[in-house]
Ligand binder design. Structure first.
Ligand SMILES: CC(C)(COP(=O)(O)OP(=O)(O)OC[C@H]1O[C@@H](n2cnc3c(N)ncnc32)[C@H](O)[C@@H]1OP(=O)(O)O)[C@@H](O)C(=O)NCCC(=O)NCCS
Length: 210
């Protein structure tokens, strides 16, 4: 399932691990993938893309010259911001990709370019901003808001009534407990348990997160 209308062929930006997992999510969602673009694919990644039965079409300029639906297979917020700005200016359009193994409840509003991987659960009344990615096994619960370009690594739990600012990074297995805010651009380390609000631009680690 995708959130941007009838199926059209999708181009994935980035042939690294995140991009190839995104290829799998899109394919399982029934979304035909035309191929990948990558400015500097390694030989290994070319071979891995080949083994997926896909191909590297060219660099980002190729997609700018052939604008169409795209998804950003890039794990870092800053790079996603930069690439989305370039592609949107060229008239390309960010697709929303939802792996069919994910559960998305009612009144969940998703921005353009949101990517939701396998076994993610989003319950009810949640808002997620553009180009935010939820990696495998994340959970986001009632009345929470995630900003744009957020990166939730595998297994992150965001409990109810939380606010996650734009460009926040949460490492694998982090937990943001009920009602907490994580400020714009903050980083939450792998395995951290957030019990209090996290100031914008700061990094917190540990249990409890400090
Ligand atoms: C929090 C994080 C972003 C900080 O990265 P960083 O700024 O490069 O920090 P450093 O690695 O220099 O570590 C700084 C200190 O914090 C400690 N630390 C780092 N991450 C930690 C974590 N998750 N939990 C506990 N302590 C941690 C380090 O041991 C180090 O301690 P020291 O000063 O006593 O030696 C990073 O460590 C992290 O947790 N990344 C998550 C990775 C991840 O899950 N990726 C997902 C890929 S899909």
């Amino acid at each position: 399932m995708t959130g941007d209308g009838p199926a059209r062929e999708l181009v994935i930006v980035g042939a690294g691990g995140h991009g190839r997992e995104l290829f799998d999510a899109a394919t399982r969602a029934g979304r035909p993938v035309l191929g990948f673009v990558d400015d500097s694919p390694t030989g290994e990644n070319r071979a891995r893309v080949d083994r997926l039965g896909s191909a590297i079409l060219g660099d980002l300029a190729w997609l700018e010259a052939h604008p169409g639906p795209y998804a950003l297979g890039i794990g870092t917020s800053a790079a996603r911001r930069r690439l989305a700005a370039r592609l949107d200016a060229a008239g390309a359009r960010a697709a929303t990709v939802i792996h069919p193994g994910a559960t998305v409840g009612p009144d969940v509003r998703l921005g353009d370019g949101v990517v939701i991987f396998d076994r993610v659960t989003i319950t009810t009344n949640v808002e997620i901003g553009a180009h935010t990615h939820l990696n495998v096994g994340c959970a986001v619960q009632h009345d929470s808001t995630l900003g744009a370009y957020v990166q939730l690594s595998p297994g992150v739990f965001v409990n109810g009534d939380c606010t996650i600012g734009d460009d926040v990074f949460c490492g694998t297995g982090a937990i943001v407990t009920r009602g907490c805010s994580v400020g714009v651009g903050a980083r939450v380390g792998a395995g951290a348990v957030v019990l209090d609000d996290v100031a914008p631009g700061t990094t917190v680690v540990g249990v409890p997160a400090r």
